[in-house]
Each structure stands twice: as structure tokens, then as C-alpha cells.
Design a protein around this ligand. Structure first.
Ligand code: NAD
Length: 279
């Protein structure tokens, strides 16, 4: 990792790069070359998921890079139709096989899918994978406070990370406060607001003031707040732009102006309480 990058510490003693690359909607047949490009730029953290259908391509990119495995941080996720004691382990093994790895650095439950009522069972399986050393760290994604509280009550084990939708239009303050109280790292998905915020006048004017891009303003806002981020792009120039954010320092006025962009209905993706897509 290049010197101008930052590392996050988890409550399990492990660490992770603060800036990684997301590969949602990257087709499997181009995933290897996108991963190769990102690794050449300096990325060492990759966020995929079983449902993205590109674990094989991601694994190829990793293998071709020749970068020692211990220098990489690879995360993947358990899909909603694989919650349960045995089935979650089978799904994990399938992901490892596709990635061509014998461990992942972070394994996440992708959504709580609470109408199904099986995420605690999935979590119990994932705790065992952690105990076996095959998932070095374990976390969740799209969990609300009630879901996290249930994990704590039922297992006594909290995730190191909750990967949630987070961008200037949707800031999830109550959930982030809960994370801070419980030493859970907030990881932002759609950290750039899925491309909807590039024309925002507040962000544009902050970018103009600092001589940087709107994407860099958003990513620096996240990283100054201590979030992990996994912006997605398949273009080398944007991958590079998104990776190089630590020379920038937003001031208190910038941070306050971005805080004011929060909207109660600013969500771009589904609501975790009701989302139950299974395929
Ligand atoms: P994002 O906020 O990263 O935005 C991606 C969009 O912004 C794309 O259209 C991309 O072309 C564009 N973009 C990226 N960098 C740019 C730049 N520098 N300048 C201009 N445009 C740029 O949104 P995302 O892909 O939804 O989220 C990022 C990652 O988060 C995903 O790839 C995935 O790994 C993860 N994710 C997780 C979940 C979850 O449920 N856990 C859900 C969605 C995404």
C-alpha cells in the first residue's frame, strides 16, 4: 500500500485499508483486468460478494498480480438464500473456491433479510469460520440497530464492520452512533451516492475551493469521519482519482456543509428491514 494511504483497526485486532475498491456490477469476464488495474494503482482491498457473480474473475486478478496474499485484503459476502447453520458454510466454501483462496480477510452477511429470520444462525456459522481461521474477520452489511442488538444478545459477538449505504444524502447518524458505541467500523457502500451527487452545488464548490474532484471530496469526507470506503469504477483514471484522497484535508466548514446535505429519504438502495431478494 502506498504511503499516503490509511489503515483502520478492528476490535478483533486485525487491520484493513481504509480505501478499497468495490466490484458490484463488474462483469466476471472483465473483473480480472479491473482488479489488476486497481492493484497496479495501489489498491490492496477488494470488496466482492457471491451475488455479484464475479468472484472467479476477482480471484484471477489476484492470482495474476503476484502480490503476496498477506498484503491483500479480500472481502466477500454471504447471500440471503444461504442463511443457516450448514448452508452458510457451504456458501463460504463455494466463495473461497471461486476466489482461489484458502481464507478471506473479511466475510460479511450481505443483508439481514429479517423476514426470513435466519441471520443469527448465519452469524453463528460465520463465528465458527472465524474460529477456524478461514474468515480472518467477520462482519455484516445492511444491519440496523435492532439486527445488531439481536446478534449481541444471542451470540455475544459483534461484527467488526457494518457495511451500509452511506453518502452525503444519506448519513445514517443513529446507526453510526451505535457503531461508535460498540467499536464497530462503519463501511460505506455507494460512498459516491451511486453517481447521483456529482452535480451537487455544495460539493462542487468545495471541490473547486480545494482544486480536487467532487468524488475526492466525498471520499475525503468519509475517511475524515473514519469510515472505510469501497467506491466502484472500472476506469483506471477514476480508480486512481478515488484512491488518492489523503493529500486533501476538508476544514470544519466543509464538513458542516456536507453534514447539512443529509436527507431522511436520501436512500438510493433498498431498506434492510424489508429487503428480501433471494436470487
Ligand atoms: P458508488 O457510490 O461507488 O458509485 C459508483 C458510480 O460512480 C459508478 O457509476 C461509477 O462509474 C461512478 N464513479 C466512480 N468513481 C467516479 C469518479 N471518480 N468520477 C466520476 N464518476 C465516478 O456506488 P456503488 O457501486 O453502488 O457502491 C460501491 C461498492 O459498494 C460496490 O461496488 C459494492 O462493492 C458495494 N456495495 C455494497 C452493497 C451492499 O449491499 N453491501 C450495495 C451496493 C454496493
Amino acid at each position: 500500500m502506498s504511503a499516503n494511504q490509511s489503515t483502520i483497526s478492528f476490535h478483533d485486532g486485525k487491520t484493513a485499508p481504509q480505501v478499497g475498491m468495490g466490484v458490484w456490477q463488474v462483469e466476471d469476464d472483465i473483473a480480472a483486468s479491473v482488479v489488476t488495474t486497481a492493484l497496479e494503482i495501489g489498491y490492496r482491498s477488494i470488496d466482492t460478494a457471491a451475488i455479484y457473480g464475479n468472484e472467479t474473475g476477482v480471484g484471477k486478478g489476484i492470482a495474476q498480480s503476484g502480490i503476496p496474499r498477506e498484503e491483500l485484503f479480500v472481502a466477500t459476502k454471504l447471500w440471503n438464500d444461504r442463511h443457516g447453520h450448514d448452508i452458510s458454510k457451504i456458501a463460504f466454501n463455494e466463495s473461497l473456491e471461486k476466489l482461489g483462496l484458502d481464507y478471506v480477510d473479511l466475510y460479511l452477511i450481505h443483508w439481514p433479510a429479517p423476514t426470513q429470520g435466519l441471520f443469527v444462525e448465519a452469524w453463528e456459522s460465520i463465528i465458527q469460520l472465524h474460529d477456524e481461521g478461514r474468515a480472518k474477520s467477520i462482519g455484516v452489511s445492511n444491519f440496523n440497530i435492532s439486527h445488531l442488538q439481536l446478534l449481541l444478545d444471542e451470540t455475544g459477538v459483534l461484527p467488526v464492520v457494518n457495511q451500509i449505504e452511506l453518502h452525503p444524502n444519506f448519513q445514517q447518524l443513529a446507526l453510526r452512533d451505535f457503531h461508535a458505541e460498540h467499536d464497530i467500523i462503519t463501511e460505506a457502500w455507494s460512498p459516491l451516492g451511486r453517481g447521483r451527487l456529482f452535480e451537487d452545488p455544495v460539493l462542487t464548490s468545495i471541490a473547486h475551493k480545494h482544486g480536487c474532484t467532487v468524488a475526492q471530496v466525498m471520499l475525503r469526507w468519509h475517511t475524515q469521519l473514519g469510515h472505510m470506503v469501497i467506491p466502484k469504477s472500472v476506469h483506471a483514471s477514476r480508480l486512481a482519482e478515488n484512491f488518492h484522497v489523503f493529500d486533501l484535508m476538508l476544514d470544519d466548514g466543509d464538513m458542516a456543509a456536507i453534514a447539512a446535505l443529509d436527507q431522511a429519504d436520501g436512500r438510493a438502495g433498498p431498506d434492510p428491514d424489508t429487503f428480501h431478494l433471494f436470487k
